[in-house]
Design a protein around this ligand. Structure first.
Ligand code: BES
Ligand code: MN
Ligand code: ZN
Length: 493
């Protein structure tokens, strides 16, 4: 899918040859003298169209318009949320379109433009990787009509990069466990390095053993699939500027191990690498946008399986930090692979470390699929992430880290246990991770509820790529002022 930014007024939109013209109509729309405005005004007067989000009016081959189909979609207050709703509703009636012109019968706010492009991509995404007769998305070209191309350029470029990143994350999130093994995930990371601007290093079992990542290795030891530790680097910022380190949980499949999970919906544990997929997605977006920021991506990837070699409840392992861990439940494996990655992060002297993980069912109970769980040992970092989530329509909610929550992690047999009781499970998981973040400014995003959807619409969401990209572009202020580097094509492939 290719995005193009064009200066088109109402008459230009009416003259544009395309399959479909989607016009967003805000509540405060003031009709002009053009034909399109005329209809909108008439339809409103007749009560056939209301500019509320979710409301649409479809026209087929209307006179005086070059497009085959025209859809008016009410965009309410014109803010990002309602624009997203409008585009999703509008695209629902435009499944056949190959060439779309997307216009707004009012000014585009920057965040609304981003939301609109993401919604077009969301509404037309098609998973094809493991189908014998793939049905790829029909939509090939999206022309975004604006009044002033130069004024809209920055928001447009960001949106195009974000779409590429979100789609990359969805793609890898959706692949089944046997088509997204640790080695294949590492291959995906390596493929990003071909974009230029990105370096990728992949460590296997031998290197990881040398580093002393005993907690990570313990999870992998029950699987036939060898683990991978992936290090991605993007250095668009000034030399010596402390990087932001993103750490992704990359469990390619989580059976629970010896503490095995029940059969129902266990297939969804193929999504247990969505944290890793979001890190890949952010790097895909960075490759597209080339902002002046320094970012390191770390992915710990392995499979959690029951086996003769698997770890058992009660086993004690030594993490890279030197702390010993009693593994009371082998299904609490995410924190075991992340703790070693957090220790590894220290070598980058990061401005901030953010781990992203489908960590706990308890977080799904607490926050559902609307907001990701946010934990942080640093108030400024928490505030910046929370704000980025709001702005990107990819929200999160901060949960507490009082030390009293760590009481349940105490054990007689090691420095720490990997689980506490049932109460506040998302918090006790975060308390475990906090021990290994040490003095680094650290945040943890529990995306167990937001990384994928269950049921009829089962599939990865690509969250929280939007939140993270937004945070990165905001956190390192030079990002915006950077001279434009040579960009790749705007194709979001
Ligand atoms: N990957 C799961 C968390 C999960 C469960 C995400 C369901 C989404 C839906 C994680 O590895 C896990 O199994 N966590 C356990 C922890 C428990 C044993 C303390 C959980 O949440 O049940
Ligand atoms: Mn588990
Ligand atoms: Zn898991």
């Amino acid at each position: 899918m290719n995005f193009e930014l064009k200066s088109l007024d109402a008459a230009g939109c009416a003259a544009a040859k395309c399959d479909a013209l989607l016009v967003l109509v805000p509540e405060d729309f003031k009709p002009g003298a053009d034909a399109l405005s005329g209809w909108i005004a008439q339809a409103r007067k007749a009560g056939d169209f209301e500019p509320k989000p979710g409301k649409t009016l479809a026209l087929y081959r209307p006179q005086g318009v070059a497009a085959t189909r025209v859809v008016l979609a009410g965009s309410g207050d014109g803010a990002a949320r309602q624009v997203r709703q409008a585009v999703l509703a509008g695209m629902g009636t435009l499944r056949q379109a190959r060439r779309l012109v997307l216009a707004c019968a009012g000014p585009w706010a920057e965040s609304a433009l981003r939301a609109a492009l993401c919604a077009v991509a969301d509404a037309t995404y098609a998973y094809t990787a493991t189908k014998s007769r793939p049905e790829p998305r029909k939509l090939a070209q999206v022309v975004v009509a604006v009044a002033d191309v130069a004024a809209a350029r920055a928001a447009f470029d960001q949106a195009v990069a974000l779409v590429a990143g979100v789609e990359f994350a969805k793609e890898w999130g959706n692949r089944p466990g046997n088509h997204a093994t640790p080695a294949l995930i590492a291959g995906a990371a390596k493929s990003l390095a071909r974009h230029g601007g990105i370096q990728c290093e992949v460590l296997g079992p031998r290197e990881v053993a040398k580093l002393g990542m005993g907690a990570f290795m313990a999870v992998a030891q029950g699987s036939q699939e060898p683990l991978r530790f992936i290090v991605l680097r993007y250095n668009g910022g000034a030399r010596g500027t402390a990087p932001t380190v993103l750490v992704g949980k990359g469990i390619s499949f989580d059976t629970g191990g010896i503490s095995i999970k029940p059969a129902a919906e266990m297939d969804e544990m193929k999504f247990d690498m969505c944290g890793a997929a979001s890190v890949l997605g952010v790097f895909r977006a960075l490759a597209e946008l080339r902002p002046a920021v320094n970012v390191v991506g770390l992915i710990a990837s392995c499979e959690n399986m029951p086996d003769g070699h698997a770890i058992k409840p009660g086993d004690v392992v030594t993490s890279m930090s030197g702390q010993t861990i009693e593994i009371l439940n082998t299904d609490a494996e995410g924190r075991l692979i992340l703790c070693d990655a957090l220790t590894y992060a220290e070598r980058f002297k990061p401005a901030a470390v953010i781990d992203i993980a489908t960590l706990t069912g308890a977080c799904v109970v607490a926050l559902g699929g609307v907001r990701s769980g946010l934990f942080a040992n640093d108030d400024a970092l928490a505030a910046a992430l929370q704000a980025a989530g709001e702005e990107a329509l990819d929200p999160c909610w901060r949960l507490p880290l009082d030390d009293d929550y760590a009481d349940g992690l105490k054990t007689h047999f090691a420095d720490v246990a990997n689980v506490a009781g049932r109460a506040a499970g998302a918090v006790t998981a975060a308390k475990f991770l906090q021990r290994f973040a040490g003095q680094q400014p650290w945040a943890h995003l529990d995306i167990a509820g937001t990384a994928w959807k269950s049921g009829a619409a089962k599939g990865a969401t690509g969250r929280p790529v939007g939140l993270l990209l937004h945070y990165l572009l905001q956190a390192q202020p030079a990002a915006k002022a950077a001279p434009a580097r040579k960009r790749r094509s705007a194709a979001a492939g």
